[in-house]
Each structure stands twice: as C-alpha cells, then as structure tokens.
Design a binder for this molecule. Structure first.
Ligand code: NDP
Length: 479
C-alpha cells in the first residue's frame, strides 16, 4: 500500500515520486510506503492553504461545526478499520486503539467543533469613558506537527482547534506512524472539507517538519514531540516571531504515600507505567513509595508486572504490544544497560522478548522495574519513553518533592494519599503542568494541558487552544 499526501483536496504523490519504507513493528517488516516529501511539497501545501484561507475563515462557525461533526461521525463509523490500522502501524494492542486512540480522535474533533460555538471574547468597560472589546481572528496558515506514540489522537488534538478557529493547516504526522493520518485525509474528503483547508504532508521530520517550521508564511506552529526537536523548532521559529505551542517530553513522578488506597494505587501504577508500552508522555516513570509500605508495594507491584502479557497486538489478551521501531527498542535497551552501570537492580524484565512465527522480528520488550538508583542519576533524569520504571523509597514530603522536582521536565505527576490536605499541599509544590490525585489519565478536554520547564511552552485544551489559534485585537471605542 502506498500512502499519499493530501494537498488542495486531492491525494497526490510527493514531487520526488520517492517513498520511504513504513514498518509494522509487531513483525519488524515493511508493509507500506510513505511519501518522502520535500520542501517543494510543503510549498504546494502552503499555497493550497493560503488560497483556502479567505473563504474558510469567513465560513460561519455553524458551517465549520457541521463539517467537523461529519468528520467525527465518519471516524466513529470507521472505528474498527482505524483501530486496526493504528495497531498495525504503531505496535500498540488493538484493544487500546479501540478504547483510547480512536474514540479520543472523534472526541477531539467533536469537542472543538462544539467549543467554537461557545467561544466568546472579552470586553472591558472603562466606566463610561470608553469600551474595549477583543476581536479574535484566525491567524492564517498554521503548522501542526505530531509524534508517533498516539498518532491519530494527537494529530486531531492539534488540527481540530486550528480548523474550528478558522485557520487553514499544513500538517505533518510522524513518519514512523503515518497510516491513520492518511485514512483521516480520506475521511476529510468524504466529509466535504473544502479543498486546501487541511493539507497533510508525509515525510521525514528533518525535511518536511523543518520546511514547515522555516516557512515564512506559516505563522504559528503547534508541535508535540521530543524536547530536543522542540528546541530545534524554537531556534528557527522564535526569530521569525511565530506563535509556538510546544508539548514536549516528561519524566513523570508517581508519589505513593503510606496512607493511600493501596489496591487502587497499585493497579493504576501498573497501568500508568506500562500503558502503550510506556510510550505515553504522561506515563509515570519514577515511582516514589513512602518507606512504611515500600517493601509491600514493591513486592505486589513486581508480582503484577510479571503477569503482564507481552504479545501479538492483535490478540485481545496482550497487555503490551511492540515498541514503535527497532531504533527506539535499541534506545530503551541502552537505558536498561545504563541503569545497571549506575548500580540499579532489575527486579523484573530488562530484556528483549522474541516471539514466534510472524512476530519473531518484532520489537518486544519485557516490562521492566528497576530498584536501587539515586534520584539524580541519568536513568532517573532522562526520558526513556518505554516500558521501564524505577522504584525507590522516601521518608518525608520534603524529600520526595526534591526527588520529584529534580529533573529538567515538568509535564505530569501523580499523588496517592487519602489525606486531602496533604494532596493539595504536595500538588501545589510540584513543578508540573498536570497533577493527578488518586487517579491517572483522567482527562477533561476543557482543562489546560501542557508542561513546565523543558516539558513545553503554552497550554493546549479547551479555550487555551482556541486562544492559541487566534490573534486578539483590542478595539477601544471612546464613548
Ligand atoms: P520527535 O520530536 O522525534 O518527533 C515529533 C515530530 O516532529 C515528528 O512528526 C517528527 O517527524 C517531527 N520532527 C523531527 N525533527 C523535526 C525538525 N527538525 N523540525 C520539525 N519537525 C521535526 O518525537 P517522537 O515522535 O519521537 O515522539 C516522542 C516524544 O514526544 C517524547 O519525547 C514524548 O515525551 C513526546 N510527547 C509529548 C507529549 C506532550 O503532550 N507533551 C505527548 C506525546 C509525546 P519524524 O517522525 O518524521 O522524525
């Protein structure tokens, strides 16, 4: 199967007519081909988006709502096809794609289609002297660049507010997981999205992503991905005064106090460590357990992790599927070696798993728990982004806050305690964009989403995203 770019409403080959291999990570085999696009393709996409902007930005919000709701309906109608495609492309268990990725992609579109109907701007009355009101105008052509871990989920999370606010878009999904973005372009055609309003260009980050970032006509970039890539984008975009929203890496702490609901903390920590093979930016990768329950928690946690099944993503009984690529598997295995060098003890996992038959070349890794590391070693400071967690005890609140806040990251944190006062106190002191108390990944799409420190700049979610994708003009009228 050959994937195509979606430019000016049509599915077309890249200018170079060259294609890259697209791998099925569960089998380690090439199963489709993706456009190896160039700067020239971004230029074509930009021109189409520019041409579409005057009309789309003036399209009534009711009409934008109607088209976006049609897109959401079509995602739901094609749910099974999309879930299977996501699983094959990414290696994640198909049941996860069924329950999380695809429903959330439809929700993203529906959420912002409805949000734009309720979006209002401010007015400031100066006691009879003058009145100010804020006009919120779409920016123009904007760029959306997304990663491979939650492909359609994160792709739609960016595109939906951009389109709802009246912008036209040049978007690039990860080259590692392009398939559902391609299927999504077909859905947009079927839903009657006008030509050029959304343009999807596939290819390498260093070519296609960089061309979006550098393009002088693309006035805003919404990016989700690694911190190093975020830095490279900021370096190019900042001197051009582009609006930037950067959702970057994390090294999230999971803090378990002795007075927690033990069973709930245990069950959820297994999930928050290993869901999607640990490849969710919000996964807790450092587990801190208060000393009085440390041994009990550790033993029960390791026992549960040992029971997780790593297997065929298409098998409903698999808890973990394959890691997204060979390169990524190597990177994660490298961190396990580093943890050993740093004095860590592998309590379970730590090695690649070789399955049989068609799956024998797949990128499988046993869920790994490591003990005995200092909070400030590299393993505990750098993002691994795989099925690897460290576990360590703590004695005081002050100590655990030092550990938790010690990394360059600050995306998400989880706190387990039945003491509400303590939960509030700790949440307020965590350097983190998101804090979950006695839960994980409970998401209300209206809330601000994003990180502090090297985890990002800006917030997505709800009206934050619509504010990002609009430019305010204050109009002051003398009375
Ligand atoms: P990358 O930063 O490698 O890639 C993200 C996207 O950027 C991809 O589409 C990539 O293309 C593209 N890209 C790569 N280089 C450039 C460049 N120079 N200019 C512009 N675009 C470029 O991240 P991953 O895909 O590896 O995703 C994993 C990372 O994403 C982790 O660090 C994770 O924490 C983070 N993440 C953050 C989230 C958040 O909300 N904060 C959510 C999910 C993930 P290509 O794939 O072709 O290289």
């Amino acid at each position: 199967m050959q994937i195509q770019n979606y430019i000016g409403g049509s599915l077309i080959n890249p200018s170079s007519n060259l294609f890259l291999d697209n791998y099925n990570p569960a089998q380690g085999k090439v199963y489709s081909y993706i456009p190896d696009s160039e700067k020239e393709d971004i230029e074509k996409a930009y021109k189409a988006a520019k041409e579409a902007f005057p009309s789309w930005s003036k399209t009534t919000r009711e009409e934008r709502f109607r088209i976006m709701m049609k897109i959401a309906d079509l995602i739901e109608q094609k749910h099974d096809e999309l879930a299977l495609a996501e699983s094959i492309d990414n290696g994640k268990p198909v049941k996860l794609a069924h329950h999380v990725d695809i429903p959330r992609a439809a929700s993203n579109i529906r959420f912002f289609a409805t949000a734009i109907m309720h979006y209002a701007s401010e007015s400031h009355d100066m006691n009879g002297v003058a009145i100010n009101y804020t006009l919120r105008k779409p920016i123009g052509v904007v760029g959306c660049i997304s990663p491979w871990n939650l492909p359609l989920y994160l792709f739609t999370w960016k595109i939906a507010p951009a389109l709802a606010a009246g912008n036209t878009v040049v978007a690039k999904p990860s080259e590692v997981t392009p398939m559902t973005a391609y299927l999504f372009s077909k859905i947009c055609i079927e839903a009657g999205l006008p030509e050029g309003v959304l343009n999807i260009v596939h290819g390498l980050g260093v070519k296609v992503g960089a061309a979006i970032t550098e393009h002088p006509g693309i006035k805003a970039i919404s990016f989700t991905g690694g911190t190093e890539t975020g830095k490279a984008i900021a370096k190019v975009a900042a001197p051009m005064f582009k609006k930037l929203s950067l959702e970057l890496g994390g090294k999230n702490p999971n803090i378990i106090f002795a007075d927690c609901d033990f069973e709930n903390a245990l069950r959820t920590s297994v999930m928050s460590s290993f869901a999607n093979q640990g490849q969710i930016c919000l996964c807790g990768s450092r587990i801190f357990v208060e000393r009085p329950i440390y041994e009990k928690f550790k033993t029960a946690f390791v026992e549960k992790v040992k029971k997780l099944k790593v297997g065929d993503p298409n098998d409903a009984s698999s808890n973990l599927g394959a890691l997204v690529s060979k390169d990524h598997l190597e990177k994660v295995l490298g961190y396990i070696e580093l943890a050993k060098e740093e004095g860590g003890t592998i309590l379970t996992g730590g090695e690649q798993i070789h399955l049989d038959g068609e799956l024998k070349e797949g990128n499988y890794l046993a869920p790994t728990v490591i003990e005995g590391l200092a909070f400030n070693c590299r393993t505990n400071q750098e993002e691994i982004f795989g099925p690897v967690v460290t576990i360590m005890p703590f004695d005081t609140e002050e100590e655990v806050l030092t550990y938790a806040n010690s990394t360059q990251y600050g995306l998400a944190a989880t706190v387990w305690t039945q003491d509400v006062t303590k939960a509030n106190r700790v949440a307020a002191q965590l350097e983190s964009g998101i804090v979950w108390v006695n839960c994980w990944l409970v998401r209300d799409l209206r809330t601000p989403f994003g990180g502090v420190k090297s985890s990002g700049v800006g917030r997505e979610g709800g009206f934050n995203a619509l504010n990002f994708f609009t430019e305010p003009t204050n109009v002051c009228i003398k009375l």
